[in-house]
Design a protein around this ligand. Structure first.
Ligand SMILES: Nc1ncnc2c1ncn2[C@@H]1O[C@H](COP(=O)(O)OP(=O)(O)OP(=O)(O)O)[C@@H](O)[C@H]1O
Ligand SMILES: [Mg+2]
Length: 291
């Protein structure tokens, strides 16, 4: 992404934030970063974060949401604290917990900050993964963190935590996935939503060349065609969406460096599925592409 093309005010905000965190700098490594199909996805996400908006990345499994969040953190040169939501997620996993510590031979109670408090205190980024996996009653504690107040009452210390200006939030959801619950409207309302679909065509080729061990362009082209066919099958409701996951495709390409492609596809994609009909549909497509 060319920073020069962004509005000047946004460039200024970014420069200030990059400077603030330059001590912790990791060079922005283009290779290995997120590659967007849509020219505006990265720049819109950067603008939203620079403006202090919370960004919700919405897309199927293995579409690069976590990779995009990491790429954004690298871009802003800001460390990122992560939360993996599950039904067991509780306030302690978000805010932190109290423990007994030793000080000069005396037992004292110490508060160990969790990812939300750390990110707010230090003005870092917070990544909330699979936000729709959490129990609906746990997340409302974040409502005040996610709106203009940018603060939270910490019941473990009795203090109000106020976020530093550069604090930012990126969350990810995989809608409709098993175990997920619809995101509460008030929570969703606090985010700017960005769709992260599976990339296709030349962009996918670029991702496979960057991320997998396979370097045979002829084979990679066939895997790109396979992916296109799988996505068509997903759209026709013949196979589940995760069968077209780019993560699974990268695993398959890695295996295909050493195994015959059809066996790689069997292990990387087909054997993850439950239904014989779906397995046969994919094997059918694969056999026409790879003999
Ligand atoms: N557009 C992309 N650019 C770069 N890498 C990508 C892209 N899409 C997928 N990948 C690669 O696919 C793999 C899975 O990506 P990632 O873990 O970010 O997916 P995700 O959307 O977070 O999945 P999940 O919902 O299961 O957590 C990674 O190796 C990542 O590098
Ligand atoms: Mg992820």
């Amino acid at each position: 992404m060319n920073t020069q093309q962004l509005p000047i005010e946004i460039q200024k905000i970014i420069a200030a934030r990059q400077q603030e965190f330059s001590r912790l700098e990791e060079t922005l490594d283009q290779k290995g970063g997120f590659i967007a199909a849509d020219d505006f996805l990265l720049s819109d996400a950067v603008i939203a974060i620079a403006l202090g908006k919370n960004v919700l990345l919405k897309g199927p499994t293995g579409s690069g949401k976590t990779k995009l969040a990491e790429t954004l953190a690298t871009y802003f040169k800001q460390p990122m604290h992560s939360i993996n939501c599950s039904v067991d997620l509780d306030v302690e996993a978000l805010l932190g917990f109290k423990t007994i510590a030793q000080e000069n031979g005396q037992n004292t109670i110490e508060f160990i900050p969790g990812p939300v408090v750390k990110a707010m205190d230090m003005g870092h980024l917070l990544y909330i993964d699979e936000i729709n996996m959490a129990k609906p009653e746990t997340l409302p504690i974040l409502n005040s963190v996610l709106d203009y107040r940018r603060m939270v009452f910490n019941p473990f210390t009795g203090e109000v935590v106020k976020a530093k200006k550069s604090f930012g939030v990126i969350a990810a959801i995989n809608e409709g996935y098993v175990g997920t619950v619809p995101l509460n409207e008030a929570l969703k309302n606090r985010f700017v939503v960005m769709e992260v679909p599976y990339v296709q065509g030349d962009v996918l080729k670029h991702v496979l060349l960057n991320e997998s061990k396979l370097h045979d362009h002829r084979l990679i082209d066939k895997f790109v065609m396979l992916s296109e066919d799988l996505i068509t099958q997903v759209k026709n409701a013949q196979i589940p969406e995760e069968a077209a996951s780019i993560r699974a495709l990268i695993d398959t390409c890695d295996l295909a460096t050493y195994l015959p492609p059809l066996r790689a596809i069997q292990r990387g994609i087909i054997d993850k599925l439950e239904e014989e009909r779906e397995k046969a549909a994919i094997m059918n497509i694969a056999s026409t592409l790879f003999e």
